[in-house]
Design a protein around this ligand. Structure first.
Ligand SMILES: Nc1ncnc2c1ncn2[C@@H]1O[C@H](COP(=O)(O)OP(=O)(O)O)[C@@H](O)[C@H]1O
Ligand SMILES: [Mg+2]
Length: 373
């Protein structure tokens, strides 16, 4: 008997529907249930051939449990090692490498020094040339955590003043400073098993319960082309990242889909937000993927999916993969001319401009429960 388990947090609709669907359609010898954990001992295999992980981003104990499970042969979805490593800045860089358009993005040192560090810990860090950063990215812009989700600490900024006010609130978070994409269409796309893609029109400017209640604005041939391009990009990104269950968001500007947020290994799958049709699709696709993975699972072996970036030799002929030799020459940044360099601030120590009293514009309200949207 091979068991499929689902590990989950506060969500209420997807886990039970997933279990029911697997149990309805799985061949004899495969069944599904909620994961049950009691004593966790090193190098002891849990009772599951497959675990769908929907919550370890919030529960470090579960993450450690899943890595041990993976070593013992459980096909953990998504790969807990990769999930521990990835973050938005690397993902964006990988997208550039894979030929998928992303907004111009810079990585910022945290406003406050990490605990237990001092000024001496930052002797490798040059003064930040804020004006050069603002010229490069422009306004409006977004600032958001390089590793985050659920729209937490995401700011839309219209000016350097907005920037410094928001930056002052970010504490020890490492932030991205990113060009805002002024979009005509926006989409969230499920990608299951690296092959199944559902493209959902999404309006992030609506209230949360109405974000999926929208339609694609691009029509006709341009619409068909846009859908095909997005599907291609979704497959490329997921092959590169090695996720089995993920969502990719695109903002469409001048007909070009620009990937905004594409490392969401526990994407929202609640019937109350995604709606009945999308929910049915994701339950069915996830159940099929889990059954296939249980059938393929070999006890004691590595049954994880690895991205072609970390495991180029595992790439299938159809995957987009690359070797170091294929990589385009990295862009070199021109050294700023001395005369151009404004009075700079030491990041991680003090900002250049004093934040004013007004609150920055947070792009979105913080939802009650964290979802890796
Ligand atoms: N560069 C950008 N251009 C336009 N909109 C953006 C950009 N970055 C973020 N957003 C908006 O902010 C929302 C939250 O940002 P996102 O990167 O998805 O963070 P999270 O991982 O917290 O969901 C997005 O759904 C989108 O509506
Ligand atoms: Mg998002």
């Amino acid at each position: 008997m091979k068991k499929i388990g689902i590990l989950f947090g506060q969500e209420n609709t997807f886990p039970q529907a997933f279990i029911d669907r697997v149990n309805q359609k799985a061949p004899a010898g495969i069944s599904a249930e909620f994961v049950n954990i009691d004593q966790v001992e090193q190098h002891v295999a849990p009772d599951y051939a497959v675990i769908i992980d929907r919550i370890s981003q919030d529960v470090p104990f579960y993450r450690a449990y899943l890595k041990n499970a993976a070593l013992m042969g459980t096909a953990v979805i998504n790969n807990p090692f990769w999930w521990s490593a990835d973050e938005k800045f690397f993902n964006n860089a990988l997208a550039v490498r894979l030929g998928v358009p992303v907004p111009k993005t810079l990585l910022l040192p945290s406003k406050e020094r990490p605990s237990d560090t001092s000024e001496r810990s930052f002797r490798n860090l040059s003064m930040m040339d804020w004006d050069a950063a603002f010229r490069h990215i422009g306004f409006p812009a977004y600032m958001k955590p390089h590793s985050g989700g659920g729209w937490k600490s995401v700011y839309k900024l219209d000016s350097p003043d907005d920037f410094f006010r928001a930056y002052a609130e970010t504490g020890q978070l490492v932030m991205l400073f990113q060009e805002a994409v002024d979009f005509t269409d926006y989409f969230r796309c499920y990608c299951i098993g690296g092959t199944e893609v559902l493209i959902m029109p999404y309006e992030p400017r609506n209230e949360p319960h109405l974000r999926y209640a929208t339609e694609m604005k691009t029509t006709g041939e341009a619409g068909e082309k846009l859908l095909a391009t997005m599907k291609d990009y979704v497959l490329k990104l997921n092959a590169g990242l090695g996720y089995d269950f993920n969502t990719v968001e695109f903002a469409v500007r001048d007909g070009i889909p620009i990937a905004i947020d594409f490392g969401n290994p526990a994407p929202d799958a609640d019937i109350n937000s995604v709606g009945e049709k999308n929910f049915e699709w994701v339950v069915e696709a996830a159940a099929n993927m889990a059954i296939a993975r249980a059938q393929a699972q070999k006890p004691g072996q590595d049954n994880l999916t690895w991205g072609t970036f970390v495991h180029p030799h595992r790439a299938k002929a159809t995957d987009t993969h690359f070797t170091v030799a294929d990589a385009p020459a990295p862009k070199k940044r021109a050294a700023p001319k001395a005369a151009e360099k404004p009075a700079a601030a030491k990041t991680a120590v003090k900002p250049a401009a004093k934040p004013k009293a007004a609150a920055p514009k947070a792009a979105a309200k913080k939802p009650a429960a964290k979802k890796a949207e």
